[in-house]
Structure formats: C-alpha cells, structure tokens
Design a protein around this ligand. Structure first.
Ligand code: BG6
Length: 476
C-alpha cells in the first residue's frame, strides 16, 4: 500500500474513441468518415499519411473500423463493466458523421443524437461523468471530397455548428469536453489526423499549417460556444504528449529536442495561451508558409481552454542529425531509440519518469489544470490454462505511470483525472490491429475481424478496481 492518495474528487476511468469501438459504420444514418477508409495491412500507412488518396473501399482489403468492437450495440454491457471497476469518468468521442452524416447539413440526424443521449445517460446512471471528444480523428468523408477537409475555411462553420449541436443536445449530461483529439497529429499523419491528402508538388507544410489554423479557430469558437451554452462546461485541448529528450548534451542536440517539442506544443501554445507563439514567425518564414487569416482571428483565438489534456505513452528522443539515424515512431511521432529505457513490442519506449517530466513542463508552460486522458500499454494477451488473462505487464506499466502522476501532483500540479487508453480492447489507431490490446476487458476479435465479440475481464480489471476504490493508495 502506498502512503499517498490522490486529491479528493480525482476522476478515475478509461478512454475509447467512437471510430475505434462503435462499428455500425453505416447504421443509424451515420455517414462514412476518413477512418472508415483506413485498411488493415500494408497499405494503411500510406493512406494515413495522405500519400495514397482514398475516397472509396477496395474489395481486397479489410477495414477494422466498420465493425470495430460493436460498442454501438453493446454499450450497456460495456458501461456496466466500467461501472463495476468503479469508474467515475468515461472518455469517448462523438462520431461527427452520426450527427451530420455529410458534415455540411443544416440540421442534425436525430437518430445520432438519440444514440449519444442514451449512451451518456447510461454513464450517468452509474455516476460516471462522460468526458467527450468532439473530433477523435474522424472527419465526414463528404467534407474531404467536397471541400478538401481542413484546408478549407468552410470547415470552421461546419465544425462549430456540430459543436453547438452537441453542447445543446447533451447539456446536463456532459460537462467535460475536448475539441480535437491529439491535435498535433495533424502534422505527423495528415489524412488520419485531419482528412488531408496531397497533390503532387504541393508544399505539404503550407497545407498542414493552414489546416491547423482552421482547427485552432474552430476549437476557440467551440470553446466560446460551450461556455455560452452552459458556464459549467469545461473545455480542454488535447496533445499527443511526451517530451523530447536531447540524445546527448551536445548543444545542437538540445536545440533539436527543443524544436521538436515546439512542433507539437505549437497547438497547445495557441489553445492554452490564446495567440500564436513568437517562434512561429521565423518557422513560417523559413518554411515558406503564409497563413491566410481572417480579420477577427487574433481575437477569436483569445478564447482559451479551461484545462490541458494529453496522452502519454512514451517519451521521445531527438538529435541534430536524427534523419540519418535509426528512428522509430512511437505514436506516429518520429523518435530516436532511447538506450536507457525498455520498449513495448511495438517499439514505444516505456518511461514513467518521462510522464512526470512532461507534466511538469506542461504545467510550467500553461498554468492550467492537466488531465491525463490516455495512457497504457499495447500488448498481446494470451489465455492461461485456466482460461484467464494474467496481464501483469499491463498492471506494472500502469502502476508505475500512476506513481509518476502522483509525484507530479506532489510537485504541485493540479490534475483533474486519469483515463487509461482502451479500457476495453479496441482497434489500434496506428496499425488497425486488434491484437495490440490495452484493455482491462478482453474482446474476442482478431486482426481479420473474426471472433464472437464476447467480453472477458482480465487480471488488470480487478487490479484497477482496487486502485480506484482506494483512490490510488493501493497500487499493489
Ligand atoms: C492515440 C490516439 O494516438 O493513441 C488513440 O488518440 C490511439 O486513438 C492511441 O488508439 C494508441 O495508439 P495505437 O496506435 O496503439 O492504437
């Protein structure tokens, strides 16, 4: 038993995303999205990066999001399992295209609203606070084919209409909101991150930063609307986090790490501080980027978020000549392999102290409450002879990261809560695999989409239940 508990009211729970869990991709009036275009297998990466342009499906490919884990039909059973663990918060996202199947309609699809109202009511039945992401990567495909997705300023109008619909329709059920999941992933995985695909010869950086500007404007307007609809609403931004360490103390490596951090933090610098940071002037000049801004934009950006949320799986490492060295891509962000830490089977460096470092840096920089909304170990699970999954590796990863988070709280950082990623096994965003599992609850489905979809509790399920019941004191 550890001595310190977490602050009273600290929110404990887990996280999923609509496109990785719901399935039912064509039910209830839902329109297809970017994520529905992502195949499992060797073609996935090029589609995600926007290099293999997709606007339809191929017969010879399997698309894991289409059925996913069928959360759409099984959410009651799944929320009951989360309640059994004692969750006080459950993070999921709304599929934009369930509410606006094409994205540019004037009025929402009532069936989509009814589904989420039922889902959030189910959470409330167990006193679980929903934490809701408006856009977890999935952009309605019609907005991609008709408008070029976030390249177009029109997206601000479509997104903010959708956001207003959500704030109004789910008022009284949801008070914690995130605008864009891992907004910085737009730079690293443009199609899966923001629906961007490229024409030959285009300046990719120009396209990406212009799209980023539109998302940042949309996020700020959505934040304002959330507060107008209900002053109790709390809105967060969301960073794919994990600091870059300099590979050595060579000043050039230290500088490279600082630049790499800025690349990601740029988004949060705007969302949490309300203006473009000074360093972007030189960055844009040197990359030949010219952002087209509206006359009101600087004013719009002043509507900053209430809290800063982030995912943390791994720390990262940078050097001045990293392009000529072997890199891996933990969570799609390129990094050098850190020789001082172990890595997961997918090469994501396991570094609990890196979480404390990241949290301290973020709080020093933003002075807003933090919320760790994704953390976990993707691993292969196997049944033992008794038909059980003894996922001690997952327990050990989570235990060490919870300890690190508590250290960060001891450091003086206000932390609102913790939602582990993929509290129930779901489709991996990077690889499309089911076998990269994060859950406390196992789902019978394999990488090719075979299986009964039956749910089963893992050893970590009982462990996390104890953690929550003791408010983080009992991590054994
Ligand atoms: C984050 C995303 O990038 O990491 C999730 O917000 C994703 O959607 C998670 O699933 C873990 O990554 P992966 O690739 O293992 O699923």
């Amino acid at each position: 038993m550890d001595n310190n508990t977490f602050p009273e009211g600290f929110l404990w729970g887990g996280a999923i995303a609509a496109n990785q869990a719901e399935g039912a991709w064509r039910e209830g009036g839902k329109g297809p999205t970017t994520v529905d275009m992502l195949p499992h297998g060797p073609n996935r990466l090029a589609v995600k990066l926007g290099l293999d342009k997709r606007v339809g499906w191929r017969d010879d490919e399997f698309y894991p999001s289409h059925e996913a884990i069928d959360f759409y039909h099984r959410y009651k059973e799944d929320i009951a399992l989360m309640a059994e663990m004692g969750f006080t918060v459950f993070r999921t996202s709304i599929a934009w295209s369930r509410l606006y199947p094409n994205g540019d309609e004037q009025t929402p699809n009532e069936e989509g609203i009814a589904f989420y109202r039922a889902l959030f009511s189910e959470c409330k039945k167990y006193n679980i606070e929903p934490l809701v992401t408006l856009c977890h990567f999935d952009v309605p495909m019609h907005l991609v084919t008709e408008y070029g997705s976030w390249r177009s300023r029109k997206m601000v109008e479509f997104f903010t209409r959708y956001a207003r619909t959500c704030f109004e329709a789910f008022d009284g059920l949801v008070k914690y909101w995130l605008t864009f999941n891992e907004i910085n992933i737009l730079l690293h995985s443009p199609f899966s991150g923001a629906g961007l695909a490229f024409e030959p010869g285009e300046n990719h950086e120009q396209v990406k930063y212009q799209a980023a500007h539109h998302e940042l404007i949309a996020s700020a307007i959505a934040t304002r609307i959330a507060h107008e609809v209900n002053p109790q609403n709390q809105v967060g931004c969301m960073l794919a986090g994990g600091n870059f360490y300099p590979y050595s103390c060579k000043p050039e490596d230290v500088w490279a790490a600082l630049e790499k951090d800025r690349e990601n933090l740029f988004f949060i610098d705007v969302q949490a501080r309300g203006a473009y940071p000074a360093y972007t002037q030189r960055l844009f000049r040197e990359k030949g980027i010219v952002i087209e801004k509206g006359p009101e934009d600087d004013e719009i950006l002043k509507d900053t978020v209430d809290f800063v949320s982030f995912s943390y799986y791994a720390s990262r490492c940078a050097s001045a000549d990293m392009n000529s060295q072997v890199t891996n891509a933990a969570n799609i962000v390129k990094s050098l392999k850190n020789p001082y830490i172990e890595a997961s089977e997918w090469g994501w460096g396991i570094d609990p102290l890196g979480l404390r470092i990241t949290m301290n840096m973020m709080y020093d920089r933003y002075q807003k409450p933090l919320f760790l909304v994704e953390n976990g170990l993707g691993a292969k699970d196997a049944f033992n002879e008794n038909g059980e999954i003894e996922d001690d590796y997952r327990i050990s990863y989570l235990r060490e990261h919870i300890r690190a988070m508590r250290e960060a709280i001891e450091d003086g950082i206000p932390v609102m809560g913790y939602t582990t990623w993929g509290c129930i096994d779901l489709v991996s965003a990077s690889t499309g695999e089911m076998s990269k599992r994060y859950g406390f609850v196992w789902v019978d489905r394999d990488d090719q989409g075979r299986g009964t979809l039956e749910r089963k509790r893992k050893k970590s399920f009982w462990w996390y239940k104890k953690v929550i019941a003791s408010n983080g004191a009992d991590l054994d």
